[in-house]
Ligand binder design. Structure first.
Ligand code: F6P
Length: 368
């Protein structure tokens, strides 16, 4: 379906799923381009699809986006719940899951929204696709995640900032590792992809990097640490991706969260690895779980630029009538890909990855 740019006058924007540094930069760019280039009115929906379902929205003019470029988080709020196609509502004292998408369409109509920019991960963009396919709602998706695991784009914004945070953490952990002759284990995020662990591990001079794509054995990890000891290096730094797992083992699930776009909350492998290292080597070992620090803070210049390009492109593509698509980076261009092709295709670290080869040549162990 295509409409001309003259047909759009009011567009909506929302952020869904987990936050990532750069969301505000996308919102800012989208608002600025929409207002300055096309004269659109922009309505921001609050807290992801929750705001669409409950019609919680506010106008975003250029004034509302002043000063947000360097700010982490999202001024619109977000949630990884509230799927309008499976929405829990209370009826006669009982919670039933309903399709409230007709209500969403009513709210959009009431707001006079003719196009929608949806910034989110796989969960949010799947809803975007369904709104487009079922209701012909002009939507354009903007991919975000610190995990950098969306195959259709060369990179997602948020990853570079998370990588910086993880690298800085490793630099700091080196201090205690060296001073106390300890093994320091850092657990990083990334879900089922090892991008943050691999890149931070190389950038932060780790000795062992454990990623989901390469199942490890603790023997190999211990072998590396003991070899270092023998060579006079009394400390070691180990980076563990939260989705890493031992050969023949499973990922460590901290909690199952019903109703979330991503019900499995990962975490705990860092502790397990640290305990096993201490037991096997008798070297004092400590673990740090970096957690949501990786999602916070001011986006790096790289993320600000990518997010700005995504936000501007989303509005430009919407104006061109490119609906049901997602903006993506195909270096050096920003392009679009149909949501139907982009979704559910995860980009994990290929085991033949050149950086892995380089890391191995540098003596870094992957525990395999
Ligand atoms: O997908 C981004 C991410 O930060 C993952 O790396 C992590 O596993 C997950 O989200 C944590 O989600 P939550 O904030 O819901 O605990």
């Amino acid at each position: 379906m295509s409409r001309t740019k003259a047909q759009l006058r009011r567009i909506g924007i929302l952020t869904g799923g987990g936050d990532a540094p750069g969301l505000n930069a996308v919102i800012r760019a989208a608002v600025k381009v929409a207002v300055r280039e096309y004269g659109y009115t922009v309505i921001g929906f609050e807290d992801g699809f929750g705001g669409l379902i409950e019609n919680r929205a506010r106008r975003l003019s250029e004034r509302e986006v002043v000063g947000i470029l360097p700010r982490g988080g999202t001024i619109l709020g977000t949630t990884n719940r509230d799927n309008p196609f499976h929405y829990p509502v209370e009826e006669n004292g009982q919670v039933v899951v309903k399709d409230v998408s007709p209500q969403v369409m009513k709210n959009l109509e009431a707001q006079g929204i003719e196009g929608l920019v949806i910034i989110g991960g796989d969960g949010s963009l799947t809803i975007a696709k369904e709104l487009w396919e079922r209701y012909n709602l002009p939507v354009i998706g903007v991919p975000k995640t610190i995990d950098n695991d969306i195959a259709a784009t060369d990179q997602t914004f948020g990853f570079d900032t998370a990588l910086n945070t993880a690298t800085e953490a490793l630099d700091k952990l080196h201090t205690t590792a060296e001073s106390h002759h300890r093994v320091m284990v850092l657990e990083v995020m990334g879900r089922y992809a090892g991008w943050i662990a691999l890149h931070a591990g190389v950038a932060g001079g780790a000795d062992v990097i454990l990623i989901p794509e390469i199942p490890f054995t603790i023997d190999k990890v211990v072998e590396k640490i003991m070899a270092r000891r023998k060579a006079g290096k009394k400390f070691s730094i180990v980076v563990v991706a939260e989705g890493a797992k031992p050969v023949g083992g499973q990922v460590v699930v901290k909690k199952v969260v019903e109703g979330s776009f991503e019900p499995l909350r990962l975490g705990g492998i860092g502790n397990q690895v640290a305990e096993q290292i201490e037991e096997e080597t008798q070297i004092e070992t400590r673990v740090t779980v970096l957690g949501h620090l990786q999602r916070g803070g001011s986006p790096t210049p790289f993320d600000r630029i990518l997010a700005t390009r995504f936000g501007a492109a989303a509005v430009n593509f919407l104006a061109e009538g490119r609906y049901g698509e997602m903006v993506c980076l195909r270096t050096p261009e920003i392009m679009t890909v149909p949501l139907a092709e982009a979704l559910h295709v995860m980009r994990r670290v290929p085991v033949g990855n050149q950086l892995i080869r380089t890391a191995k040549q540098m003596g870094i162990s992957f525990g395999a």
